[in-house]
Design a binder for this molecule. Structure first.
Ligand code: SF4
Length: 998
């Protein structure tokens, strides 16, 4: 027998060394996933970060970003003190001031606006995670002009889901990783939904029972481990999905029972063209929608239990012609224009592939049913002894969302899932609590009633159900600075941050007095038309006044936006503050139960900075916002943000944190405030979670036990069944207004637009930029994705993450590269109708043949983020945003719409069309445009040339241990083992000595 010489030598890596003298739990903030972390501290310095194995989001998993949080916390780009601009805007010249002066100035600026005209404050926050606080603060202030960054990120996903199924992807839901048999993923880059997706894909792939199909023009990240990659042409996903629906309808591979039980497919739609009720649901005298009951042969309340509703069949009832909404959907999708052969060329997917995928979906859904021996009771009290599911699941993200047809594409994806009967069924897409919400969603946005010194009557962001809910003036013009909830963008449920700076500069619809922003790098990668945005920020009237008179900005870092503000309120890093990851905001629970969490300060700031949430509460008190004061006028939360986290109640018994409520601390979800609540969170690792009982796990939209629980916890207003809205009546109400019905109608110039895009059923149309430019001049799509080790612009200041990606290339498909005689590292101009940017290329096989792409937010402006003047990020890294226009080409009367989805106002980043021009030899070497370096703030002038970390944290060798330095492998230093004499190298085990630096 031949012995394996390596067999007896086992790896004996010590994985639980003591590297610290204290460990504190908190929540990661290196991306939006909000994993639980354990921060190891030594001498009150951050020593090491690991995943918290008990945490419901990541179960101990930590990604590259998360572990590199140390260098984010130690970034030389950290702001150190409040700053007041001393030179012209954009120069970066500031003087340091004390907090008292900064807060007094902000109070003066903001207080006078509130007393005069609150809407003259535009308050917009970026990728922060405290939107329930910031939105509430804006409502207390009385300005409708509030939003966070969803308008340029994912509102198409959120709105389409909420108006269709009462939930959506990512934070709102997840695939049933363990039971799914077919997983279709659309347009997801690696940074969004990072650890949860990775863990889920890992589980699914290791079980080997499911097929994973990735639909994405670019084969990176998750696509690389897909069983099949479908390299679709950008902006055609909706067409592809409607073609799949066409095939499924044709072959009658749809779940009839699911449709009749859980959706509005049987609801009767009035067919009376030209009449004011055309396209609305037939309703009984109590307002209930009606369906045709085949058993009784009459129209009945569609919400009744135990009816036998018809899904097809046109009828005339009391002189009114009606048809079930399903029949309208089927007529639409069975149209030959959606047949695979008709769409194949546009989508860049062979017709045979579309047909095969449709057949595979049908096979997985209807031939691989999942049965769980779990009894449950539906909303009507009917008992079911099993849970039977269709194991097809889907996930989509920004690649779908960031197109001008994204809302309808997202609706199409949900329609596909509903037709297969897989929403919240075993093996399908599952809601994460507090979803599903009622659909159509509620409440409507507040803000039409903005008055001096008066809070709004509700929250500024909401969900219009008809033109009556728009935030507009009597003449139909927008009341919000970003034009959200106007006739241009009626369902802009996340606001339109990408339009604010342009509109404030143009005074369209009116000028503002103060622009107040938090964590939004609008001076660079968060803006379309970056150079134009910098112009808007610095442009002056003839009298020398800035067109945007005052800008307050809060951030922890010296980003490209900082030099363009007048007053800087420096924030802490995420390891230095309390935070609240709330069910009122962006949930972190799973399909198995709700969860929320906190951040605690694990170290004290060593600079004169304050957590933004604390500052916001302090400013609110100084301005006199009623919600922050007692009736006697004293601060209501004298303990600051932690006081607010524990004692604020949004509704009776419902506060920012759901865990350990009530005076005894034993109530969850709903209960009085508990003074010991934060202590209980700390004892539990900074998170709270609650598990659903097995009978509450699926069919939550129609599950009596779940619905009663959700109602009790305040997530839904009643425990009625949530009926999925394949056919959208709110959309039809807008369309009717455009057709001349009702008191509120769009201005004539917008009638066609509203009528076209407010289709009650999902549609596909060509993305706007593609229809507006000459495709011979601009034959290519250009996209951005983010690498999984970076999250937006945050990563490029991080000394560890920069070592992975410090400059981006333009990835060019091989065929196209051949056509342009391009080789790796050649320089090209990327030219759009809006501008040109210069970049180096890399050839790539796994990308759609008509598409080029790059990593986003790697290219940086010189002088920002504490980077040196010759940093690769500014010399070779480039920003595609320079060639993305914030406005569409002018319509006939010269007016230019925002480059956004016409339903939700979502920024259409991915509609970009370009051509490539090879650079001559003398043009190469550096990216362009290369803007002047911003002047550095004083504190960063002492930035070390090379950042090193941890030398002072090394353990002292114990017992005279031989810590002779050998070599580095990865990030682990290897040492000779003085006991065994084993040396690192071929065939030897590697031991990491206790206390060594690993
Ligand atoms: S996935 Fe995001 S939240 Fe989780 S560890 Fe990584 S960076 Fe942190």
């Amino acid at each position: 027998m031949t012995l394996n010489p390596f067999e007896t030598v086992r790896e004996t890596v010590e994985t639980t060394q003591t590297v610290s003298d204290e460990v504190k739990t908190t929540t990661c903030y290196m991306c939006a996933c909000r994993c639980g972390i354990r921060v190891h501290l030594k001498d009150n310095q951050v020593r090491y970060i690991e995943g918290n194995p008990d945490h419901p989001v990541n179960k101990g998993v930590l990604c590259a970003k998360g572990s590199a949080g140390i260098m984010q916390h130690l970034s030389p780009a950290r702001l150190t003190k409040p700053l007041l601009r001393s030179g012209p805007r954009g120069s970066g010249q500031f003087k340091e001031i004390e907090w008292d002066e900064a807060l007094a100035l902000a109070t003066d600026w903001l207080g006078s606006i509130r007393a005069r005209d609150p809407k003259k404050l535009a308050f917009f926050t970026g990728r922060d995670q405290s939107q329930s606080l910031t939105g509430w603060w804006a409502a207390q202030f009385g300005t409708p002009n509030f939003a966070a960054h969803g308008g340029f990120c994912s509102v198409n996903m959120a709105a389409a889901g909420l108006y269709s199924i009462g939930g959506s992807f990512w934070e709102f839901g997840e695939p049933d990783w363990d039971l799914t048999r077919y997983f279709l993923m659309f347009g997801v880059a690696e940074d969004h939904d990072s650890n949860p997706i990775k863990m889920g894909l890992g589980r699914m792939k290791s079980q080997g029972k499911a097929k994973f199909v990735s639909v994405n023009p670019v084969r990176t990240g998750y696509s690389a481990i897909a069983d099949e990659w479908v390299g679709i042409r950008p902006g055609t996903d909706g067409l592809f999905v409607l073609s799949l629906v066409h095939e499924l309808l044709k072959s009658e591979n749809i779940d009839w029972d699911y449709l009749t039980r859980y959706t509005n497919a049987p609801w009767l739609v009035i067919d009376a063209p030209g009449e004011p009720l055309n396209g609305l649901f037939l309703r009984d005298p109590d307002g209930n929608p009606m369906a045709w009951d085949a058993a009784s042969g009459k129209a009945v309340n569609a919400l009744s239990a135990d009816i036998t509703p018809s899904l097809v069949g046109e009828r005339v009832l009391d002189g009114t012609r009606v048809v079930p909404s399903f029949e309208l959907l089927a007529r639409r999708c069975l149209d030959p224009s959606y047949a695979p052969d008709a769409v194949a060329e546009k989508c860049g997917i062979p017709a045979g592939t579309i047909r095969r995928i449709a057949a595979e979906l049908a096979e997985a859904a209807f031939k691989s049913e999942v049965e769980l021996d779990v009894a449950w009771t539906d909303w009507a009290g009917r008992k079911h002894d099993k849970m039977i599911g269709r194991p097809v699941s889907m996930h989509a993200m920004r690649g779908i969302s960031a197109h001008s047809n994204g809302f309808h594409t997202c609706r199409s994806i949900h329609m596909l899932q509903v037709l297969l009967g897989s929403i919240d069924a075993p093996g399908g897409f599952r809601y994460k609590p507090p979803f599903p919400r009622m659909t159509p969603p509620h409440p409507a946005p507040a803000g039409a009633d903005s008055k001096p010194n008066t809070p709004l009557t509700g929250m500024p962001l909401g969900f219009p159900l008809s033109p009556d809910d728009l935030i507009i003036n009597d003449d139909g013009s927008p009341k919000r600075i970003d034009k959200a909830y106007s006739w241009e963008f009626p369902l802009a449920a996340h606001g339109m941050m990408h339009s604010v700076i342009h509109n404030a500069w143009a005074g369209d619809p009116y000028p503002v007095d103060v622009l107040f922003m938090y964590m939004a790098n609008m001076g660079w990668n968060s803006s379309m038309n970056t150079s134009g945005t910098l112009h808007y920020l610095t442009d002056r009237h003839e009298n020398g006044e800035y067109k945007i008179p005052k800008i307050i900005y809060s951030d922890a870092y010296y980003s490209e936006m900082v030099p363009y503000a007048d007053l800087i309120l420096p924030d802490t890093t995420y390891l230095e503050r309390w935070d609240c990851i709330s069910l009122l905001d962006r949930p972190i629970g799973s399909a198995h139960g709700p969860a929320d969490s906190i951040r605690q300060p694990v170290v004290k700031p060593d600079r004169d900075v304050r957590p933004f949430q604390e500052v916001l509460i302090e400013l609110g008190v100084r301005i006199g916002l009623p919600g922050l004061l007692t009736p006697e006028g004293a601060p209501k939360y004298p303990g600051g943000y932690t006081d607010y986290m524990v004692n604020h109640q949004r509704a009776p018994g419902v506060g920012p944190l759901a865990g350990w409520r009530g005076t005894s601390g034993n109530e969850h979800g709903r209960g009085e405030s508990n003074p010991d609540q934060l202590k209980r969170y700390l004892e539990n690792g900074c998170f709270w979670k609650m598990d659903f009982s097995p009978d509450q796990m699926y069919f939550k939209h129609a599950n009596k036990s779940y619905l009663e629980l959700a109602h009790k916890l305040g997530w839904i207003p009643n425990s009625n069944q949530i009926v999925m809205q394949l056919y959208s009546e709110p959309m039809q109400r807008f369309r009717l207004a455009a057709q001349g019905h009702g008191d509120r109608q769009p201005p004539d110039a917008l009638r066609d637009r509203v009528e076209t895009y407010f289709d009650p059923l999902p549609i596909w149309y060509q993305p706007f930029e593609e229809g507006a430019v000459n495709l011979t001049d601009f034959p290519l799509h250009a996209l951005t994705q983010r690498p999984m080790q970076m999250y937006h612009s945050w990563g490029s200041q991080n000394a560890w993450l920069r070592q992975i990606t410090a400059a981006n290339r333009l990835y060019v498909p091989d065929g196209l590269a051949d056509k342009h005689s391009l080789n790796d590292d050649d320089w090209v101009w990327i030219v759009s109708h809006h501008g040109r940017v210069k970049a180096q290329i890399k050839r790539m096989a796994g990308v759609n043949g008509e598409t080029v792409w790059t990593w986003n937010a790697i290219g940086k402006r010189r002088g920002a983020w504490g980077l040196s003047d010759d940093a690769p990020e500014s010399k070779k890294g480039f920003l595609l945003n320079h060639v993305i226009s914030d406005l569409l080409p002018p319509r006939e009367d010269g007016y230019r719409y925002s480059n956004s989805d016409p339903v939700t106002g979502q920024a259409a980043w991915y509609d970009l069309r370009v051509r490539l021009e090879k650079c001559s030899a003398d043009e190469a070497q550096e990216t362009e445009p290369r803007l002047d370096a911003v002047e550095e703030r004083p504190a960063s002038a002492n930035r070390p040339a090379i950042l090193s970390y941890g030398a002072n944290l090394k353990a002292t060798p114990s017992k005279g241990g031989n810590l002779e330095h050998r070599e580095w492998i990865g990030n682990r230093q290897e040492y000779a083992d003085q006991d065994t004499g084993i040396r690192p190298g071929h065939g030897n085990s590697i031991k990491t000595k206790p206390g060594s630096d690993h």
